[in-house]
Design a protein around this ligand. Structure first.
Ligand SMILES: N[C@@H](CCC(=O)N[C@@H](CS)C(=O)NCC(=O)O)C(=O)O
Ligand SMILES: [Fe+2]
Length: 333
């Protein structure tokens, strides 16, 4: 069974894709975003997956990749195009290479045009392809910087993408309107830049007159991505709270595992918390606790909104606390 998730970074309108072989748990992630690594790593962990590779479709100009950070956190390999000029990867991919994850794999197609090193990844059964910034839903990536070339893009799309089965689903690296997926059949017919009978000359004329502003992050993103997303200094990457062994969940909640015993807990029902934050000391970390860990997760949100910084949820609540054999002091919780 294939596990598949489409993830979104709202700041850069980037889609990140997680694919895994359900049998072995081996996974790959395509185009992770630096600021979303915590979220993506939490999902990988919660689904019980082991990340084999972080893959890039190209050297991004609008955001920094999460590849280096994911490698640091999960031990995955980094794989990207041999033609992209990046250093620090574990594998440099060329046309027809195969990236395996358990019993599944992605086949590499070189689809230059947006950049000279752009890749499209095609799933083994040709049911899905990840087209990066080559083909978008009813659009294409721009071709006006990073060795962009509309002639190359036209050929890449016609020869490498439109030759896939009609039913093959196409997943882009961005969409600026919220569209999530398309298919070869649809784009061959309806893509306004090169679908139907539109020829190469029409397409290149269209692309040369796009007149888009350069991405705001271009000057930061390209040099960082040429190093697989390694930050210039280590300070900017470790914003993790250091006051306890915390875990970040895909739901967006900081959690703490049961530690041994609870001392000095104060009973404040969730409905009263917002009005009673004055009862709580602001100079110490706070761990929220409830029966099963759900209401207390909400409590961490209320506390954060009230300006408390070091806040976490006791994962699994008192049920797990007791199940793991920890003592309950005075029965007052
Ligand atoms: N305003 C965006 C521009 C993003 C941008 O240029 N995206 C590239 C992909 S890296 C593209 O091909 N855009 C096509 C388009 O915007 O139509 C930013 O500042 O990041
Ligand atoms: Fe791009």
């Amino acid at each position: 069974m294939l596990i598949f998730r489409q993830l979104f970074d709202p700041l850069s309108s980037t889609y990140t894709y997680l694919l895994a072989d359900g049998g072995s748990g081996a996974a790959v992630i395509i185009d992770p975003v630096f600021e979303q690594v915590r979220r993506d790593a939490a999902l990988i962990e919660e689904l019980g997956l082991r990340l084999a590779y972080s893959l890039e479709t190209h050297i991004h100009a609008d955001h920094v990749t999460g590849a280096w950070m994911l490698k640091r956190q999960t031990g995955c390999g980094i794989a990207l195009s041999a033609a992209g000029g990046a250093e620090g990867a574990d594998r440099y991919l060329v046309q027809d290479d195969v990236v395996a994850f358990g019993d599944r794999n992605l086949q590499v197609r070189h689809t230059p045009g947006h950049t000279s090193g752009c890749l499209t990844y095609v799933l083994d059964d040709r049911s899905m392809a990840f087209t990066g910034d080559c083909l978008f839903v009813r659009g294409t990536g721009r071709t006006d910087f990073q060795q962009g070339d509309p002639h190359a893009m036209y050929r890449s799309i016609h020869e490498q993408i439109f030759t896939l089965p009609d039913s093959c689903l196409l997943y882009p690296a961005h969409d600026y309107r919220g569209l999530t997926v398309t298919s070869v059949r649809e784009e061959r017919r309806f893509n306004p830049r090169l679908g139907g009978e539109i020829g190469e000359g029409d397409f290149t004329g269209y692309m040369k007159n796009l007149r888009l502003a350069h991405p705001k992050k271009l000057e930061v993103a390209v040099p960082a991505n040429l190093k697989c997303g390694q930050p210039a200094n280590d300070v900017e990457m470790t914003a993790e709270p250091g006051w306890a062994a915390l875990r970040y969940s895909f739901a967006g909640i900081w959690e703490i595992d049961p530690l041994g015993h609870i001392r000095g807990a104060i009973l404040i029902p969730l409905g009263e918390l917002a009005d009673r934050v004055g009862d709580l000391a602001r100079d110490r970390p706070i761990v929220a606790v409830c029966r099963a860990g759900s209401r207390s997760a909400q409590a961490t949100v209320i506390l954060r909104e009230a300006g408390f910084g070091d806040v976490a949820n006791l994962a699994g609540g008192m049920l797990r606390w007791r199940a793991e054999g920890h003592g309950v002091e005075g029965g007052s919780i």
